[in-house]
Ligand binder design. Structure first.
Ligand SMILES: Cc1cc2nc3c(=O)[nH]c(=O)nc-3n(C[C@H](O)[C@H](O)[C@H](O)COP(=O)(O)O)c2cc1C
Length: 311
């Protein structure tokens, strides 16, 4: 009687991926990836994100699992084409540990994405990963998809008129041409690092230049600069011909005689309703001993005529 032994067939690539993913993502045994990923492995997430090596990838899986200990990743589709494999996946887990600076919410989170894997022989040398980051941000409550508000805009406008602000001129150098507009939607975000924000309507003529700029200037107008506020609240083609200004150290035009000035390296450009919120890091700052121009209820005021309250 003869016995034929089955030859030892190495597991095919797709089943090796399935079992390494299950071990690493679902069970936290990230060492299982060492059998699949080459020591020179690179994981890419697009031009803006920093590429990861194998150890950094394993660290990132550990961090995700600390935030989502019950993480489950389901491979929904896997397609092989020569040395390349495309994987469509869906991960679910409950957010019980801090993640992306968000304290635990206890919320169930679901993220879907695709990974494109390239083998060199028996090891994966490169992966491209893409996933719906907005789905993740919404699930964590970082962003909320706004519904149309059933509230009278005049009522909201009336509320805003009760809020007192200063007036700034937000500027940028647009390839040699100074551009700017009057903005009272300015706020400090943080002091360490020093960050601020401004909100600019997308319909503004200055908006496209601000959007493509790396830096913007913010000049807080002094009480004596009502004419400057009016100029920059207008739609004039060459507003800068009517005022005296000086380029800042980072190139943004700064209005002479204003009581304080900042230059900001733009970080994020967040689309919000009719406006873009520009956030950024303060890279230069100065202020003078001048009273600021005040804006309230549609009118301008000189703060030096107000009475300080004891507190
Ligand atoms: C006191 C004051 C505050 C303003 N604040 C803002 C603001 O925060 N954001 C904004 O987009 N427009 C604001 N505007 C309106 C713009 O300055 C105005 O629409 C300007 O004409 C835009 O110029 P541009 O189209 O040349 O960019 C403000 C206007 C005034 C008078």
């Amino acid at each position: 009687m003869t016995h034929t032994l089955d030859p030892v067939v190495p597991a095919d690539r797709t089943s090796r991926i399935r079992s390494a993913w299950r071990a690493a993502w679902d069970e936290g045994r990230v060492e299982a990836l060492d059998d699949l990923l080459s020591p020179s492995y690179v994981r890419r997430r697009g031009p803006a994100a920093v590429a990861q090596d194998r150890d950094q990838f394993k660290d990132s899986i550990r961090a995700v699992r600390e935030a989502f200990p019950d993480l489950r990743t389901e491979i929904e589709d896997i397609v092989e084409d020569g040395d390349r494999i495309a994987i469509r996946w869906r991960s679910t887990g409950r957010h019980t540990g801090a993640f992306l600076g968000v304290p635990p919410t206890g919320k169930p989170v679901e993220v879907s994405g695709a990974t494109f894997t390239r083998f060199d022989g028996s090891a994966v040398t490169e992966e491209w990963v893409t996933f719906d980051s907005r789905q993740l941000l919404e699930a964590l409550g970082i962003v909320t998809t706004t519904q149309r508000a059933a509230i009278d805009p005049d009522l909201v406008r009336g509320v805003h008129r009760k809020f007192i602000t200063g007036v700034t001129v937000v500027t940028t150098d647009d390839d040699g041409t100074p551009r700017g507009l009057a903005v009272n939607a300015f706020s400090s975000i943080s002091l360490d690092p020093p960050m601020v924000l401004v909100c600019v309507q997308r319909s503004s003529a200055t908006h496209p230049a601000l959007h493509r700029a790396s830096h913007l200037g913010i000049s807080i107008l002094a009480a004596g600069q009502l004419d400057v506020a009016k100029t920059f609240a207008s739609k004039g083609e060459d507003k800068f011909a009517q005022v005296s200004w000086t380029p800042g150290t980072h190139g943004a035009p700064l209005i002479d005689g204003s009581c304080a000035q900042l230059e900001v390296e733009i970080g994020e450009r967040l689309e919000a309703g009719s406006h873009t919120v520009f956030t950024g890091r303060v890279v230069s700052a100065r202020h003078d001993d001048l009273a600021p121009l005040v804006y309230s209820g549609g009118g301008f005021f000189d703060i030096s005529h107000t009475a300080p309250l004891p507190w």
